[in-house]
Design a protein around this ligand. Structure first.
Ligand code: CO
Length: 144
């Protein structure tokens, strides 16, 4: 799939909820997004980045693939950390971004099962970055 680059308008829009995680359409989209993320050596990819304005993102961290459908951050730590981030929609751009150190996320996985992740570090950062995409928020909007 082709990755949309900033300032494409789709990247700035809040995405819609996925209605049927189990549909063939959703399942195909997930497969194609995983391939696209991997072939571009990305840590994560959100559906709006491939021109699909739906609340769906994929993250691969520490050898584990996470498919997050309609994810929601339910808790963030007051403690923050700052690290350099990149984004496939901003080739060659790296910015120092401050984010919560820990997050709790509720979502549906690729089987449509309700899941919860409570994590910190790189995965917590990737979750915040990708879920921001689903709300039309880009890392440049988080830069100080
Ligand atoms: Co991004």
């Amino acid at each position: 799939m082709k990755i949309l680059k900033y300032p494409n308008e789709i990247l700035k829009k809040e995405a819609k909820k996925v209605k049927d995680p189990q549909s063939e359409e959703t399942q195909n989209l997930i497969k194609e997004m995983v391939q696209t993320m991997r072939s571009n050596n990305g840590l994560g990819l959100a559906a709006p980045q491939v021109g699909v304005s739906l609340k769906l993102c994929v993250i691969e961290e520490g050898g584990i693939l996470y498919t997050l459908i309609n994810p929601k951050i339910t808790k963030t730590s007051k403690e923050t950390s700052s690290a350099e981030e990149g984004c496939l929609s901003f080739p060659g751009k790296f910015i120092q971004i401050e984010r919560s150190e820990k997050v709790t996320v509720l979502y549906l996985n690729e089987k449509g099962e309700r899941c919860k992740i409570k994590t910190s570090g790189l995965l917590a950062r990737a979750l915040q970055h990708e879920i921001d995409h689903l709300n039309g928020i880009l890392f440049i909007n988080r830069a100080k």
